[in-house]
Ligand binder design. Structure first.
Ligand code: FMN
Length: 376
């Protein structure tokens, strides 16, 4: 029996969703801190061993990932469980979102499991701020695990009207985390900070991206930068993000959680107008992010690096995102719905698929089905 799904998960299901998430994260953190702890964590991985196969290696923007799965932003906001997550099978971790200063986020309860593997949350970037997160992550320097930093803004900055204020806040976090980050992501697409999603518009985004790249150049050179987008963008709004990303040679993470009321209401009318974004195992949500990835791939001739996120829970849903045009992939909600073995199981399935189809490298698959995902 899978230890986590069989024993731990039913107990965690009785708790508030955020509480159970924090318990699992802190258990990984605790295990990391004593000798032999990482070996114990590995017992919870698929087949009790970190799954590895050289075929799974991918290089994206110069970053070497030993498999295509990355822990997406929001699961390890504080950067406390990077090695533990790696032992469970991810190739890297996107820590954060990290704002400049500590902030509480929205009042609790603010994270809800509305169906198995489907989450609605409105955390609102609860964080102990960049200084503390940098200290947490300093434990992982030189450990060789690719760490992404999701840069975000404090709530008061997000409501500001001047692009300079936004650029300043993002630059501060970029500078503080520069030495730790293998890549940066601009986390400005959260529905849970008032006014934030408008920052995906060209007028705001271009000066922010330009300032963040400028800060990196001052610190020693550019590192890869991704812009994370909301799945609810119109195609015209997505065009603006593509234009900015192409102009500055940034990548895109597609996508964040959806605020679509009809999708939320599938889990009961009471969720329709409940504040927060939905993620995880919902077919409509999954299709939204897959369509965005395919659109970006078509619009740029597969020319922009895209990380795929949204409802990935098994090998077919992972392959769907890769074939739409994304690599690597980010996973968040499935760790709750599918358990801690999810990474190894997906990777194992991908290797089986590659063997069956004679695929030598994952890069061969990127975007091969971009044309079949319509914009409708
Ligand atoms: C508990 C939770 C916290 C999240 N926090 C963040 C965050 O801080 N920044 C962000 O850009 N996205 C955040 N997200 C969105 C995820 O990174 C991801 O884009 C989204 O959940 C879709 O992936 P999934 O279906 O695998 O969960 C969060 C999601 C969840 C469930």
């Amino acid at each position: 029996m899978e230890i986590y799904k069989g024993l731990a998960s039913p107990m965690l299901d009785r708790l508030d969703s955020e509480t159970s998430h924090v318990i699992v994260r802190e258990a990984l953190h605790f295990a990391e801190t004593f000798p032999g702890g990482l070996k114990i964590i590995e017992q919870f991985a698929y087949k009790r061993k970190r799954f590895l196969d050289p075929k799974l290696r991918v290089q994206v923007c110069g970053i070497e990932f030993d498999n295509p799965l990355v822990m997406g932003a929001g699961w390890d906001k504080e950067g406390r469980a990077v090695k533990g997550l790696w032992r469970l099978g991810v190739a890297g971790v996107e820590a954060g979102g990290v704002p400049e200063y500590p902030q509480e986020g929205n009042p609790r309860p603010r994270q809800f499991v509305v169906a198995p593997g489907v989450i609605i949350q409105r955390l609102g970037f609860n964080s102990s701020g960049m200084n503390k997160v940098a200290r947490n992550l300093s434990r992982y320097e030189r450990c060789g695990i690719p760490i992404g930093i999701q840069v975000t803004e404090n709530r008061d900055v997000a409501s500001s009207d001047t692009p300079e204020d936004h650029a300043k806040a993002c630059v501060a976090v970029t500078q503080k985390m520069y030495h730790i980050a293998s890549w940066f992501t601009l986390g400005l697409s959260s529905p849970n900070t008032p006014g934030m999603r408008r920052l995906q518009g060209k007028r705001w985004l271009a000066p922010i991206v330009s300032a963040v790249f400028g800060a990196m150049e001052d610190m020693g050179g550019r590192k890869p930068l991704f812009v994370k987008i909301a799945p609810d963008l119109t195609w015209e709004e997505l065009d603006e993000v593509i234009e900015v990303a192409s102009a500055y040679r940034a990548g895109i993470v597609a996508s964040n959680t959806t605020t679509n009321p009809d999708i939320k209401a599938k889990y009961g009318e009471r969720w329709r107008y409940e504040r927060g974004g939905l993620s995880g195992d919902d077919s409509d949500f999954r299709a939204m992010s897959t369509r965005q990835i395919a659109y970006i791939c078509r619009a740029t001739g597969n020319g922009l690096p895209v990380m795929g996120a949204g409802g990935i829970k098994d090998t077919p849903t992972a392959l769907e995102k890769i074939m739409a045009g994304a690599l690597p992939l980010q996973i968040v909600s499935a760790i709750r719905g599918e358990g801690l073995t999810v990474f190894g199981r997906i990777n194992r399935g991908i290797v089986e698929f590659m063997d069956r189809e004679g695929v030598k490298s994952l890069k061969e698959l990127v975007g091969v089905e971009a044309n079949i995902h319509s914009v409708a």
